[in-house]
Write a protein that binds this ligand. Structure first.
Ligand code: GLN
Length: 382
């Protein structure tokens, strides 16, 4: 048996969703929208299923979808992606992360990561033989300076994995921060694997800058149709990068999933033809949900952290008068009717801040019930 997997538990998202179902709790844990994405995209996929073909599409993805992805990013980020040589369609962003790490790392290479880190990164880095070098970011703003990050790089650094907007902290890296990572990648001959799946979920004045704009030849940008169109179960992801990176990446992808269902690819290609207003309307709707949950929680004496990207809002337990670890509070809260995600799940080392993450991509009634259950959980401790 592989010792890495033997030592791992089940992901916190699956665990909390299962607990929520068992206990009939409101599920503000795992990040997924309560309402499925646009009906016309579902119909486009349904038509594609019935009309076929439902056979293997091209290994790198249906040309129509690769063209749509390149056109979308070229317009959105002012890029010049060539769909044929620079875009690969994957079975979700997690597959793209796995394929990138398998393709870019040699055993013993160092990989720079930022903590809090999405739970899939570390096991994949280690399974690919990489040696993690972790930079810890601090709440409430999760910003970083050159010295902190530069100290994690060495002549063995091969890859740096970034995630912006960052799950779970809901912070967004700014141009200066991305610029210094780009400089360090050039200096150390490293590749940046840039997980940008939350790129379209931005609030207030937050702006998403793609690493491809700053490090065109050395970064692989990963995107997700699941996040763009509220269709997380479809698991359709995109990986974009310069031809030599895409070449190598596709060799790993071809022996992981090989292809992604063609009907879903056609649905997503259709979705990408939506006007820019689709994305701004989606953000406005999620922002209203964020504000609703935030004010309900504040009304109950909870203190939340800024949430500028992705659909997550975090509660600062200590500041809210709760003297408990994040994991203990998450267990306590689910018993009182609401599932959350404790931040420790996103930390490789001890000392995670006592925060719990809430997904606000839910209907108003669900958010209200979730906030009430959290208030009950808090009162039960008093
Ligand atoms: N990305 C989702 C989250 O952060 C979880 C995805 C999963 O469950 N694998 O909640």
């Amino acid at each position: 048996m592989n010792s890495l997997y033997a030592s791992l538990g089940t992901t916190v998202f699956e665990t909390m969703s299962r607990l929520a179902a068992e206990k009939g709790a409101v599920n503000l844990g795992q990040g997924f929208p309560e309402d499925d994405g646009p009906r016309d995209i579902l119909e486009a996929a349904a038509r594609a299923t019935l009309e076929g073909p439902n056979q293997y599409p091209s290994m790198r993805g249906l040309p129509a979808l690769r063209e749509a992805v390149a056109a979308h990013y070229n317009a959105h980020h002012t890029l010049d992606l060539d769909w044929a040589s620079e875009v690969t369609i994957t079975s979700g962003a997690t597959e793209a992360i796995a394929a990138a790490l398998l393709a870019f790392i040699e055993p013993g290479d160092e990989v720079v990561l930022f903590e809090p880190l999405y739970d899939a990164y570390l096991p994949m880095v280690k399974r690919a033989g990489g040696i993690p070098r972790i930079v810890r970011l601090q709440p409430p703003h999760w910003r970083f300076e050159r010295e902190t990050v530069a100290a994690a790089f060495s002549d063995k650094t091969r890859v740096v994995v970034i995630n912006t907007p960052l799950n779970p902290s809901a912070s967004v890296m700014n141009r200066a921060e991305l610029g210094l990572i780009a400089d360090l990648c050039r200096k150390h001959d490293a590749i940046c694997v840039s997980d940008e799946v939350w790129e379209h979920l931005l609030f207030d004045d937050a702006e998403h800058v793609s690493m491809l704009n700053l490090l065109r030849d050395r970064s692989l940008k990963i995107g997700s149709a699941g996040k763009m169109f509220s269709l997380t179960g479809w698991k359709v992801g995109f990986a974009c990068g310069a031809p030599p990176l895409t070449e190598l990446f596709a060799k790993a992808h071809q022996f992981l999933t090989f292809v992604t269902p063609p009907n879903l690819q056609r649905g997503v290609a259709y979705g990408l033809s939506k006007p820019a207003s689709y994305f701004t309307d989606m953000c406005a709707a999620f922002q209203r949900s964020r504000d609703r949950l935030k004010s309900a929680l504040e009304g109950e004496g909870f203190v939340t952290l800024p949430a500028r990207g992705a659909y997550f809002l975090s509660i600062d337990l200590a500041a809210s008068g709760i003297d408990m670890s994040d994991e203990a509070f998450a267990r306590h809260a689910v018993d009182h009717g609401v599932a959350t995600i404790p931040f420790s799940a996103f930390y490789a080392n001890p000392g995670a801040p006592a925060l719990v993450r809430l997904c606000f991509a839910k209907r108003d009634a669900t958010l209200d019930r979730g906030a009430e259950a959290l208030a009950r959980a808090k009162r039960a401790l008093a």
